[in-house]
Write a protein that binds this ligand. Structure first.
Ligand code: FES
Ligand code: FES
Length: 158
């Protein structure tokens, strides 16, 4: 039997009946077709599935869709437009913070949650905030550079 949930996703009210066991990541990808949120491990290790729930970075493979009832959820699709990227998206673009890009949505959601709390994080704080997000390609230095660049852009209102 389904459970009715109401979730605000990227500014749009969504109402659905979901099986109680449905993970938030599956609901976003399969029911709402928001496939920018990726699945890497489904065991809370890789961070590819990171979204914001009420402004907090959350691994959506660790949360049931029913637990998001009444919450504001933001996914990578809600971050920016092609002609108006979010500062963190610009940071990754301009500092080459991605190669294959599989980890990138989760990295951007984790990094933007950090910058919302700390506009000028140190390298150590950035590395700490991203330690739950695994990238197989970049060696992480460009990702750290991207977040530092994004922080500068955001502080300068760009
Ligand atoms: S898919 Fe959620 S942490 Fe890896
Ligand atoms: S850019 Fe390829 S996994 Fe991170």
């Amino acid at each position: 039997m389904g459970v009715k949930i109401r979730v605000n996703v990227n500014g749009e009210a969504q109402e659905d009946d979901v099986a109680p066991r449905t993970l938030l990541v599956h609901w976003l990808r399969e029911n709402l077709a928001l496939t920018g949120t990726h699945i890497g491990c489904e065991t809370t290790l890789c961070g590819a599935c990171t979204v914001h729930v009420d402004g907090m970075a959350v691994k959506s493979c660790t949360m049931l869709a029913v637990q998001a009832d009444g919450c504001d959820v933001r996914t990578i699709e809600g971050m920016g437009e092609l002609d108006a990227l979010h500062p963190v998206q610009r940071g990754f673009w301009e500092e080459h913070g991605l190669q294959c890009g599989y980890c990138t949505p989760g990295m951007i959601m984790a990094a933007s949650a950090l910058l919302a709390q700390n506009a000028d994080p140190s390298e150590a704080q950035i590395r700490h905030a991203l330690e739950g997000n695994i990238c197989r390609c970049t060696g992480y230095q460009q990702i750290v550079n991207a977040v530092q660049h994004a922080a500068r852009l955001a502080r300068e209102g760009k």
